[in-house]
Design a protein around this ligand. Structure first.
Ligand SMILES: NC(=O)c1ccc[n+]([C@@H]2O[C@H](COP(=O)([O-])OP(=O)(O)OC[C@H]3O[C@@H](n4cnc5c(N)ncnc54)[C@H](OP(=O)(O)O)[C@@H]3O)[C@@H](O)[C@H]2O)c1
Length: 379
């Protein structure tokens, strides 16, 4: 198999190393935008060199971002090349267009490293769907936020301090917004929901609330309820539209997710026949992520010819039937919050069962009055 790599950073460098260690994969080109002497003749600056080379059967995109990644990946598919990508933003944002392009051009499109990094999550989701029906999924899909929450629980660190440490260790970007505001998880959640439920969800349709404003008192509130605060993604097949959302959650001690420490991830599906199965591992990092990109190439080499599903129903998510209590810390008074609160809990309150749709809609508005408000589902 002859491969062209688009981008040679953290993940791309790993893909290059793994391919070079094998006899059955030849990495012929690496698209770069500045000189990289160590790549020698393999470095190319113009995508057309790759598109015009009939020998290249698979393009691995690990540049990140939407543009020019979308234009390059689309052009590669139109030129009859299979595509593997680790770029969750690209896949979540252009899901339908990319699936349709891959189908039209008869090429394989795989993105296992985009969700779960080193965990073969989408691969196993596709596998279980061959003979079983996925009813729901949930899990910890982001290592940075798990690292932060774990350190706040176990070390008593405050948010800013542990975020700075995560940046120092290379777990968090210089601009951590995509992680701490939950957008990274939202993208992985959308891709998973689309595959699991045959949907085609848009980013703006899936509500997300992050941990940017979490305080030590919120962690203390979770502990007082014998729970651990985790950032979770959820998807559940209800009649008609699926419930899909991302929010901090107070998880009962003793549950699997509560035990996931440092920057590790765990993602589970629940199916009609198999029941709950969970996949635990390294959700990011050079070698784990590169491993799944190269494994996708090997799957293509071994005959995989498509995406994980070809069903794209235009359903809208509906979170109005998903109900549970919430912990809410809000400065000031609010009529609706007062009407659903049942008890005080540290600096906040605990509500009766409230729908996910209602809580996210309320918080989006209430942030105008208290930008530092925080909530978490009590599950
Ligand atoms: N890092 C992880 O653990 C991880 C895990 C799962 C998924 N991912 C995904 O994998 C992708 C890559 O992540 P990464 O961590 O490897 O990022 P990275 O270290 O920033 O690498 C990206 C590379 O792409 C290059 N690039 C960007 N635009 C380009 C262009 N127009 N032409 C040529 N080269 C271009 C950059 O070149 P310059 O050096 O010139 O900037 C850089 O070398 C992202 O979509 C990310 O979400 C990463």
């Amino acid at each position: 198999m002859k491969i062209a790599l688009l981008g040679c950073g953290v993940v791309g460098g790993g893909v290059l190393e793994i391919c070079d260690s094998r006899d059955d994969l030849e990495l012929k080109y690496v698209l770069v935008r500045r000189e990289k002497k160590e790549l020698g003749d393999r470095a190319v600056f113009d995508i057309t060199t790759i598109l015009n080379d009939k020998e290249i059967d698979t393009v691995v995109e690990v540049m990140g971002g939407l543009s020019p990644a979308f234009e390059y990946v689309s052009a590669a598919m139109k030129a009859g090349k299979n595509v593997v990508t680790a770029n969750k933003h690209l896949v979540a944002h252009h899901y339908c267009e990319l699936l349709e392009l891959a189908k039209e051009n008869g090429v394989a499109f795989r993105c296992t490293p985009a969700v779960g990094g080193g965990i073969p999550w989408l691969y196993n989701l596709e596998r279980v769907m061959r003979l079983d029906k996925v009813l729901s999924f949930s899990g910890i899909m982001n290592g940075t936020t798990n690292f932060i929450l774990d350190a706040m629980h176990t070390e008593g660190s405050d948010f800013a301090e542990v975020l700075a440490l995560a940046q120092e260790l290379g777990y968090a970007e210089a601009d951590p917004s995509a992680d701490i505001d939950g957008l990274d998880i939202q993208r992985k959640c959308i891709i998973t929901a689309n595959v699991a439920f045959g949907a085609c969800l848009l980013e703006e349709e899936v509500p997300v609330f992050g941990i940017r404003h979490i305080l030590a008192c919120d962690i203390a509130a979770a502990v007082s309820m014998n729970r651990i605060c985790k950032m979770l993604a959820f998807g559940k097949l209800n009649n008609g539209s699926p419930a899909v959302y991302v929010e901090p959650s107070f998880v009962r001690c003793g549950e699997l997710e509560a035990a996931v420490s440092t920057n590790r991830n765990v993602i589970s599906f629940d199916t009609e026949l198999t029941g709950k199965e969970s996949f635990y591992g390294q959700g990011a990092g050079r070698y784990p992520t590169a491993y799944n990109a190269v494994a996708d190439c090997l799957d293509i080499k071994n005959g995989v010819k498509s995406f994980y599903t070809d069903i794209m129903n235009p359903v809208k998510p509906d979170n109005s039937a998903e109900k549970h209590p919430y912990y809410v810390r809000f400065k000031g008074s609010d009529e609706w919050l007062d009407s659903v609160s049942i008890e005080k809990c540290g600096e906040g309150v605990v509500t009766a069962d409230v729908s996910v749709a209602q809580m996210h809609a309320w918080a989006a508005k209430a942030k105008e009055a208290d930008p530092a408000l925080f909530f978490a589902g009590v599950i």
